[in-house]
Design a binder for this molecule. Structure first.
Ligand SMILES: Cc1cc2nc3c(=O)[nH]c(=O)nc-3n(C[C@H](O)[C@H](O)[C@H](O)COP(=O)(O)OP(=O)(O)OC[C@H]3O[C@@H](n4cnc5c(N)ncnc54)[C@H](O)[C@@H]3O)c2cc1C
Length: 571
């Protein structure tokens, strides 16, 4: 029976003990969207599942994407019709049934500059794009706009050379929250989910052939235990080659890393009531509406540095600003940039051929491989298609179980918070009255937790101080920090500021000013001493300082004073 899947950080010792003592059908390595999806797919087939994630859920690529759930218009140009078709169907399933609280339609305007050539070309692409949609059609069809119509929706566009525009619809998501919700839904179906637990070795049977589990290390204590499983599934994104090395196997593909950078600018800096997609020399540039901000990106360059901390460079930021400014009437400047983040695409590079292809040309389709019995790995794909990736990798993993394993049912399994949403949304006003909070607070919570919002509201009922905002003017509440610990497995301040909330990319001080308060709330629940609380705050401040140093920004903007104040308070 499904439960509420609470991932309570206070249960860590019990979770580690379950890893060491139970025998699992499937052990998933990696807690990005692919691993969380695989855990849910396997658990909802009735299998005993464990998932180990070396750092935090979604701490790899799955919190650093463009946050679009989309077919990918540009893949049509690469004749990747299968990918676009599957992705659009997944988009529609997520918006209409599986995660309507998290995955929401968003419009994009595609400005046209060469009327005669471009309109028929882009128009035909969009006709095809819309035609590939599934039967649900939860997002509107595309429309043609005149130059005047385009400027009315996006006065920020420069009228120079503007010949008109196309308006089409896709969907967007908070990628880290979606990944967490998939992992929680897996836990609701009995999966054991452990974070800051790394796979450090693979176990083999007595003949040394079949993989039978993994040696894992608790990164908090350094303690190692063995986890036994009939099948191990590797969903390690850009770390996949390293896990293959751990197992001493050579898979049929390598993972090539392609870095993508985004900048975050205030909503007021670009006057538009729609997202935008601009054609660039190499690819496309998105303006994606994100609360009070725009996310603008991305880039696509080879990367061979640290997998955990891909760094944006001066050049990346300049490239994005220059590409954006080609279309804007009033240029964005460095002073507009609130935050910068970089992620690594795990692109599949088959061992033969392909070696020198630029990363923009590598397929975004996924590849599943079984390099030795008991070990199945998957890489490539897109966030949007995670459910299909999960289905395929679990199908391959259970193929030699020698017993009947049910097929994937995730098409029928709404994520936690989705069930009953239609009936809760109209009751938002009543909920606000019942819990003594504003309607805006209820809407904010419904948009992040769906029907689970009442679990957060109940924390406020028990302790009214938790109704206070965490970092004004941002909408996050102190209750969400507590909830992140008791239901979302947050173990450190960074988990809350970078992924449970998105203050790291939304706040000019990267959340520095809220770090001490987050540490205090977490510390009360997790029994941290005063010293530990200060250390946790400092750990976060050091982390964001390191990020800022890596970006190697111009001496330009002076160090943020809130950051300095926060640092001074704990040093
Ligand atoms: C810039 C950018 C923009 C993108 N935009 C979009 C988009 O808009 N839409 C879309 O559909 N897709 C997009 N993508 C692609 C999408 O984000 C990725 O395909 C997806 O997030 C990959 O998820 P993953 O789970 O495979 O990898 P990850 O999220 O990286 O997860 C792998 C996890 O494995 C863990 N791990 C590694 N080794 C071990 C070990 N030994 N033990 C335990 N755990 C381990 C890591 O810590 C990590 O958390 C984008 C990608 C990038 C980089």
């Amino acid at each position: 029976m499904a439960s509420n899947g609470a991932l309570d950080a206070r249960d860590r010792a019990a979770i580690l003990s379950r890893l060491a003592t139970e025998r699992f059908d499937v052990l998933v390595i990696g807690g990005g969207i692919t691993g969380a999806g695989a855990a849910l797919d396997a658990a909802s087939r009735g299998l005993r599942v464990a998932l180990v994630e070396a750092r935090d859920l979604a701490s790899g690529t799955s919190s650093r994407s463009s946050k679009l759930i989309h077919g990918g218009l540009r893949y049509l140009e690469q004749f990747d019709f299968k990918l676009v078709y599957e992705a659009l169907r997944e988009r529609d399933l997520l918006v209409s049934k599986l995660a309507p609280h998290l995955v929401k339609p968003v419009s994009f305007m595609y400005p046209l500059y060469k009327k005669v050539v471009e309109r028929p070309y882009v128009g035909a692409g969009l006709v095809l794009y819309d035609a590939m949609e599934g039967p649900r059609r939860p997002v509107p069809h595309h429309r043609h706009l005149t130059a005047r119509g385009a400027l009315k929706r996006a006065p920020a566009l420069s009228p120079d050379r503007l010949a008109g525009a196309m308006l089409y619809y896709d969907a967007q998501v908070d990628d880290a929250r979606h990944t967490l919700t998939v992992a929680r839904t897996a836990a609701a179906h009995s999966a054991v989910v452990a974070t800051r637990v790394s796979a450090v070795g693979l176990l083999r049977d007595a003949d040394g052939i079949r993989v039978t589990g993994a040696r894992v290390r608790d990164e908090e204590s350094g303690r190692e235990v063995t986890v036994t499983a009939e099948a191990v599934v590797v969903c390690a994104g850009v770390w996949t080659d390293l896990v293959h090395e751990l197992a001493g196997v050579q898979a049929g593909y390598r993972v090539r890393m392609s870095k993508g950078v985004h900048i975050v600018v205030p909503r007021a800096a670009v006057d538009s009531n729609t997202g935008m997609i601009l054609r660039t020399e190499k690819s496309v540039l998105f303006f994606i509406p994100w609360g009070e901000h725009w996310i603008v990106g991305t880039t696509d360059t080879d990367w061979s540095g640290d997998r955990a901390e891909p760094a944006a460079t001066e050049e990346d930021i300049e490239y994005i600003l220059a590409a954006a400014n080609r279309a804007l009437a009033h240029p964005l400047t460095r002073a507009d940039v609130v935050a910068v983040y970089a992620g690594l695409r795990p692109l599949v590079d088959p061992r033969e051929g392909n070696g020198s292809k630029p990363t923009t040309k590598l397929s975004r389709e996924h590849v599943v491989d079984v390099p030795v019995p008991g070990l199945t790995s998957i890489a490539g794909g897109k966030f949007t298609t995670y459910r299909l990736m999960a289905r395929d990798v679990v199908d391959a993993a259970v193929a030699d179980f020698g017993r009947e394993v049910p097929g994937s049912v995730t098409e029928q399994v709404p994520l936690l918070g989705a069930d009953g949403l239609a009936a809760v949304q109209p009751a938002a006003g009543r909920l606000a009255e019942d819990y003594g909070v504003t309607r805006a607070t209820v809407d904010h919570l419904l948009g992040r937790y769906g029907t689970l919002a009442e679990e957060v509201l109940n924390l406020i009922r028990a302790d009214a101080a938790l109704a206070r905002p965490l970092a004004e003017p941002h909408p996050y509440l102190r209750a969400e920090v507590a909830y992140a610990v008791t239901h979302e497995n947050a173990l450190h301040v960074e988990d809350v500021l970078m992924r449970r909330t998105r203050l790291f990319i939304e706040s000019a001080d990267a959340g520095a000013g809220a770090a001490a308060e987050v540490s205090a709330i977490m510390g009360r629940l997790l029994g941290w001493s005063r010293r530990r609380r200060a250390a946790e705050t400092r750990r976060y401040l050091d982390l964001i300082e390191a990020e800022q140093t890596m970006i190697a920004m111009d001496p330009g903007p002076a160090p943020d004073s809130a950051h300095d104040r926060a640092l001074a308070a704990v040093r």
